[in-house]
Each structure stands twice: as C-alpha cells, then as structure tokens.
Design a protein. Sequence first.
Length: 281
Amino acid sequence: MTTDPFRTRDHVTDFDDKVAAYRERSAATRGRLRTVTVRTGDAAGEVLDLFFPAPDSHPAADDAARPVHLFIHGGYWRMFSKDDFSYVADTVTATGAIAAVLDYALMPSVRLSDIVGQVRRARRWIADTIAEHGGDPARVTVSGHSAGAHLATFLFSADQPDPVAGALLLGGLYDLRPLQSSFLQPLIGLTDEEVRSLSPIDHRHSPATRVRVLWGDRETPPFHEQGRAFAGHLRDQGADVVAMALADADHMSSALDLGSPDTETGRHLVGLIAGEGDRRP
C-alpha cells in the first residue's frame, strides 16, 4: 500500500462504495427536487444546478427571498462533477434555502487559475441573477469538499468585492506545496507559479465571512495539519472561525454526511445557512 497521505483511495477501504453512494443518492435527489440548470460562463463546464425546496414543506412568505447555498465538489480538481453531489441539496433545501451545485472544467485540460475564475464567475452569476429565481443575493453561503474547499476560499479572499456571508470548508487543501511531491503531480502538473499564487494559506481573506474549517478525525495527517493551520491563519486576520475534527469520519464519509441534516457534518451545514456563528478553540 502506498504511503502517500494524499492518495485517498488507499486510506479509505470502501472508497468505491462511497462514490457509488454519492451517485445513487444524487440521482434520487434530482428525481425528487425541482431543478433548474443554468450556464454561468462561456467555457465548457460552466454550469450549475439550482435545487428548490418543496413549496408545501418550506413555504416562503410573500415576496420573501430565500437564502442561497453554493456547493463546490472536490476530486483534486481533476475528477467528479456536479451530478455526483446533488445529494447535498437535500440538507440545503431542508432549511428552506436554494441549493446551487456547481460544475467546473477539470485539470489538466485547464489550469487551476481557470477553475478559480470559473468559480468566481458562478458567484457573480448568483449575485447578479439569483433574485430572478427567488434567491436573496445578500444571503449567500458556500461549502466545498477537499479541492472544493480550496476553491471556496477564493470567494472570500480579500480581493473579492462581495465576499460570501459564510463558508464551510471540509477536508480542504490550503497549502499546495506538498502536492508537488504526491501521486497527483504527474496527473495535473502543478507549477511553481500555481503553488505560489493559489495556495490559500498565503492569501488574505475577508474577516466578514463566518468560516467553519472541518476535517474527519480518520483523515490522514496532512488534512488535520492543513485545517488547523488555515483556521489559525483566518483567525489571525480577524475572522470568526469554527475549527474541529468530525468524529468517526474519513475523507469520503464526511462529504456523504453533508446530505443528511441529522449528521454532525450536516448540522454544521444547517447552522452555517441559518447564520449561526460562534468561536471554538
């Protein structure tokens, strides 16, 4: 077995079963919830799915706009798609919010800076257009898993004019340097410039965004280390940060739990959308 701590498949024994569960649950979600697919840019893959709460279970007051939550999938920027993570909308819509599940082009056909640009354009689309779908552009939160957590940080970096209100970062990668010596390097070829310019640990971020930095307690050491370091980095910049390991969770199960509001991960997502904020060690 490889000792590469970033090769998730080798550290999660039921990796393929978890991926199958993602897809099965996502297909069920798409069959159950009203969904609209929109383009957010001109490049291939720049689309997102909007999922809406059932009106009878979460009626909105007359003319009341709903909160909006954007989910960004992981896969080391090179695999998976929005269709594998539709199930996250189950938890989001259970709060009465609109779920936006994002797709993006994959490496190595594009570079990492291109993906960051696509994610930021999706955010801009939400700000400019979501009111037409009943959403409130002033109440937008984001979550991301693994590489998606990395991408989510660029929606509240200090250079963004309209940072999201809250962010849930799950099993994220915030310092890209170690990946250059991992199994991933021959597959996507991270350049020194990408590492220098696109490592969130080197960026300033908006203190106005409430952030939850989470990782599974059964993840490999780099995910623990990077989560703690990034949470400290945000606190040093004045952010309101919750940082913690999720009990009995690995890199894949923590993402699956996002789709169940009664799990620890799901409760964090519900709290984020509801606007709850607190400080923990």
